[in-house]
Design a protein around this ligand. Structure first.
Ligand code: GLU
Length: 449
């Protein structure tokens, strides 16, 4: 059976690191078994959904390299939900309710006051057809609830959490449709999962109680309309929290734009999020096939996954040091070639810093004040400079012999004169890039004063 997973964002905002992680894991789960990964835009909420967010979701996934095998939109599928609703209604699994928000709130408080769980009391089930007609005559349109079967215990084997059990009598019958006919999340999602042949639903643990309710919906929908389909498998991953272990507001607004601005590579986000919260080590792995190969729900822990921005930076730096020229060429300053990239790469945390380092080659550089002694030393260096295969090695060897200097006094003034800095790329790689003419002039300039 082909594995089918889906990522189902509501386009009411930008993706944040938590959604990105869910998308990534669903993509990896599908890719691991050559399955299909669908992007499903959950846009039944016409008022809050926005087209620019839909575009941004697509663009963010493309930037991350999380390519869907197909895309669906709930707003194009409303007829399916109507049909499913009618099927459930005929089967006696949905019922109209007329309570106002205030009435429901009051009922909730009363139940809490009596020490009862604050679930819906199913008051609407006691209404006769005349009662319902009277409400509608008053102009009150009903909202609709799905009727849980209290005799059917809910259980599933969760891919992360293990065996799960829920007593339906302890759950509220969920509202699935508003009085204006619009849909809440629960039913359209179950209809789509069946209709699209989704085999695995992998999402955050904030959806566990939705799953409990949806399991009965799946069973009812299969019986009424989808006899050839099966209830998907479920897995709920622990939530992502900040480094301090708290659900942080910051994480909720941290998305691809912020990462891009900070020069974080998509590969770093993928490498970190692929393994965060699992028993596998977070490593700077650029090879997605290797990450996918090692992806395994059984390695996921139950404790919240801690997202640490410093860890992301570390992974990013390590990946940048391994990146090939071809991968970054279009983002490098003009003139920098493969040798230039290789010389500079070990000094970068972010590719965008290449420009700063490349200025050491092209200049202008700012030299420090040198001591009298060093000025003489550098003038000597300018004289001994000879261009060949490895000018740095040749120069330092000749200077060592001529001046008796070694170690830091031998190397540091040269680096300082040639680059204006105390540290930086390997000089034997850098000097050929600086070139003979520029090198000679930089060595001569301190003596000129
Ligand atoms: N649109 C839902 C959400 O963003 C989808 C949840 C699901 O994966 O079923 O929470």
């Amino acid at each position: 059976m082909t594995i089918v997973t889906r990522f189902a964002p509501s386009p009411t905002g930008r993706l944040h690191v938590g959604n990105i992680r869910t998308a990534l894991h669903n993509w990896m789960l599908a890719r691991k078994s050559d399955g299909r990964f669908l992007l499903r835009i959950d846009d039944t909420d016409a008022e809050r959904s926005r087209e620019d967010y839909v575009d941004a979701i697509r663009a963010d996934l493309a930037w991350l390299g999380i390519e869907p095998n197909g895309e669906e939109r709930q707003s194009n599928r409303l007829a399916k939900y109507d049909a499913a609703f009618e099927g459930l209604r005929n089967a006696g699994r949905v019922y109209p309710c007329y309570e106002t928000q205030q009435e429901l709130e009051l009922k909730r408080k009363i139940r809490l006051g009596r020490g009862l769980p604050p679930i819906y009391d199913r008051g609407a089930l006691d209404l006769s057809e005349q009662d319902q007609a009277a409400k509608e005559a008053e102009g009150i349109a009903p909202h609709w609830r799905f009727k849980l079967d209290h005799d059917e215990q809910i259980a599933w084997q969760d891919g992360v959490r293990g065996p799960q059990r829920f007593d339906p009598a302890q759950l509220s019958d969920p509202v699935i449709r508003r009085a204006d006919g619009s849909w809440l999340y629960m039913l359209p999602s179950a209809v789509d999962d069946l209709d699209m042949g989704v085999t695995d639903v992998l999402r955050g643990e904030d959806h566990v109680s939705n799953t409990a309710v949806q399991i009965q919906m799946f069973t009812a929908l299969i019986a009424a309309q989808y006899p050839a389909q099966q209830t998907p498998r479920f897995a709920h991953e622990a939530l992502l929290v900040g480094k301090e272990g708290k659900l942080s507001k910051r994480l909720g607004s941290l998305g691809c734009d912020a990462f891009r601005e900070r020069g974080i590579e998509p590969a770093a986000i993928v490498a970190l999020l692929a393994r965060l919260g699992t028993s596998l080590p977070v490593e700077p792995i650029a090879d997605r096939a290797a990450l996918i190969d090692s992806f395994d729900l059984s390695t996921f822990g139950r404790a919240p996954a801690k997202f640490d921005e410093a860890e992301l930076e570390r992974v990013n730096t390590a990946l940048v040091h391994e990146m090939e020229f071809a991968e970054v060429a279009d983002r490098l300053p003009e003139g920098i070639d493969e040798a230039g990239w290789h010389a500079i790469r070990p000094n970068l945390s972010h590719v965008c810093e290449a420009a700063e380092w490349w200025r050491l080659v092209t200049g202008p550089i700012e030299q420090r004040e040198f001591s009298e002694e060093d000025r003489a030393y550098l003038a000597e260096a300018a004289k001994l400079l000879e261009w060949g295969d490895d000018p740095w090695r040749a120069l330092t060897a000749r200077l060592k012999e001529a001046t008796g200097r070694k170690g830091k006094p031998l190397f540091l003034p040269l680096r300082q004169a040639l680059t204006g800095m105390d540290h930086g790329p390997d000089m034997s790689e850098l000097l050929p890039l600086i070139g003979e003419e520029r090198a000679r002039s930089r060595l001569e300039s301190p003596a000129r004063g």
